[in-house]
Design a protein around this ligand. Structure first.
Ligand code: PGA
Length: 255
């Protein structure tokens, strides 16, 4: 069945143990199997990717093709003297197919810049991992209106996707995902108006032709459909609600 929408689960620094991660992952896998038209991408903390990946392999017969493993970050080098680095090659070996890049929390707490985002996105793509590049404006920008937000996003997109957005360059035809996550909407319960998010998603598509666009920021089982019913929005990046198996199951089923 053709995939219609994408739901990516960003677990952030949760849960606290590998056992809990495996339990959550199993519950989500079961939920995803019954909705083959939705691509479900689960992004656990990197240290749990190995164990949840193993779980995924042992259940291979029961997992539908719509389910995929993702990472929350990827370094741009495959191997070498890069303390703490985990690059595309390591991730691919663990069965990872997607990677979130440039989340606003990485930009804020780990000092990531648009230039780093660009290197990561390019390396991921060349290494066979689909980048989910996050962009989003802070509240002081959005307060000035949608046009101001677009100007802010245009800079992030131009710098962060410089090496890959041009379809004539390497990577032509490969999947590319942009997640629009207004910073003020993340984890705040203050989700963006779906109509505004759709306008911005359309804008992102004019800037990055061929990209799919997800909305992220306080998405839950009660509001997800308002986003995914828009033609401009290809799915959602879900944080908090992806940690509750029941809520996440409802999200997958509602759309
Ligand atoms: P949230 O997080 O759903 O908890 O707002 C979204 C994200 O940060 O990706």
């Amino acid at each position: 069945m053709a995939i219609k929408k994408i739901i990516a689960a960003n677990w952030k620094e949760n849960p606290g143990t590998a056992k809990e991660a495996e339990a959550l992952f199993s519950a989500v896998m079961r939920a995803a199997a019954s909705v083959p038209s939705v691509r479900v991408v689960v992004c656990p903390p990197s240290v749990f990717i190995g164990s949840v990946g193993n779980l995924m392999r042992t259940q291979a017969g029961r997992i539908s093709a719509n389910f995929a493993l993702g990472a929350q970050d990827v370094f741009w080098e495959d191997e070498g003297a890069f303390t703490g680095g985990v690059g595309p090659r390591i991730l691919r070996g663990l069965g990872v197919r997607y990677a979130i890049i440039g989340h606003s929390e990485r930009r804020r707490f780990f000092g990531e810049t648009d230039e780093m985002v660009e290197r990561k996105a390019r390396a991921a793509r060349e290494g066979g991992i689909v980048p989910i590049v996050c962009v989003g404006e802070p509240h002081e920008v959005r307060r000035k209106g949608i046009a101001a937000a677009k100007r802010f996003l245009a800079v992030q997109l131009r710098k962060g996707l410089k090496g890959i957005a041009d379809p004539d360059r390497r990577g032509k035809g490969k999947e590319l995902i942009v997640a629009y996550e207004p910073v003020w909407a993340i984890g705040s319960g203050n989700n963006d108006r779906p109509a505004d998010a759709a306008v911005i998603a359309a804008f992102i598509k004019t800037m990055v032709p061929g990209a799919k666009v997800l909305y992220g920021g306080s998405v839950n089982e009660g509001n997800v459909r308002e986003y995914t019913q828009s033609d401009e929005i290809d799915g959602a990046l879900v944080g908090g609600a992806s940690l509750k198996a029941d809520a996440f199951k409802k999200i997958i089923h509602t759309i």
